[in-house]
Design a binder for this molecule. Structure first.
Ligand SMILES: [Zn+2]
Length: 257
């Protein structure tokens, strides 16, 4: 488990130490098609236990997490880079669920679904914070709350809650660990002005997530001038050929392997 400094910060907004990939692991959600949850990577330890339990609760009670069945899906956890300098994704303590459906900065979630989520947040006793409660709404985003970190790791409160979950509290976690299937590698299609469909929606959601300061795209699966202009900006800042066409290098620059 190794830590690092990102954008001058050693800790993310919720007080957790910013870490490398080796401090994290993948979440497994029983009953979901886990090959489309391969980017749900979170900080190992009590943080993983609580975030996994939250993902399982959400999948069972709110809506499926594997709705977007392409590539690694549109559910995201840890990231090496982020446009928000102290993002909790950098410390592996945040998850985005069904990102294509819930564009950052917009309120698209139906009321009934939101009420269900409130019930779940109560069951999790303040350990989970929801991005919908920010002034700039982020309905896809859930994270370990402030007060869940201590030093470089978990607070006593979070450890105690994780232990209770592991001993059957809320009936979410299996007694024995389940093997996680390896996702099949996916070749991303080349996208350009005029492209449409799920892969474009995925690209738009990913651009909004990674480059929030200048990417505020409507996630509509339609590669128009606005999407092209963001793609060109990403290419310019990554020293790539600025052609507005999304091939392997540009996908990589957008944080998609
Ligand atoms: Zn997020």
């Amino acid at each position: 488990m190794t830590f690092r400094t990102a954008y001058g910060n050693t800790h993310s907004e919720n007080g957790w130490r910013i870490c490398n990939r080796d401090a994290c692991e993948r979440i497994y959600v029983p009953g979901a098609d886990n090959q489309f949850l391969a980017a749900m990577i979170v900080r190992s330890g009590p943080s993983e236990v609580v975030l996994r339990a939250w993902a399982i609760w959400y999948h069972r009670n709110v809506e499926r997490l594997d709705l977007f069945k392409s590539g690694v899906g549109d559910d995201w956890g840890w990231s090496a880079a982020n446009d928000v300098a102290d993002s909790n994704h950098l410390s592996g303590t945040a998850l985005d669920f069904n990102a294509v459906q819930y564009p950052w900065g917009q309120r698209t979630m139906p009321t009934g679904r939101k009420q269900k989520i409130r019930e779940g947040l109560n069951l999790f006793e303040g350990n989970i914070f929801w991005g919908a409660d920010w002034a700039r709404a982020d309905e896809m985003h859930f994270q370990l709350n402030g007060g869940t970190a201590s030093g470089d790791g978990a607070s006593d409160k979070l450890k105690a809650f994780a232990r209770r979950l592991e001993s059957g509290h809320l009936g979410l976690l299996a007694a024995s660990p389940v093997p996680i299937p390896t996702p099949a590698p996916v070749a991303r299609p080349t996208l350009r002005r005029g492209s449409t469909g799920g892969e474009v929606a995925y690209l738009q959601a990913q651009l909004n997530r990674m480059f929030a300061s200048y990417s505020k795209l409507t996630v509509d699966g339609d590669f128009g001038p606005a999407t092209e202009s963001v793609v060109r900006e990403v290419q310019r800042r990554s020293s790539l050929t600025v052609d507005g066409i999304v091939g392997p290098d540009t996908w990589r620059a957008a944080g998609v392997k």
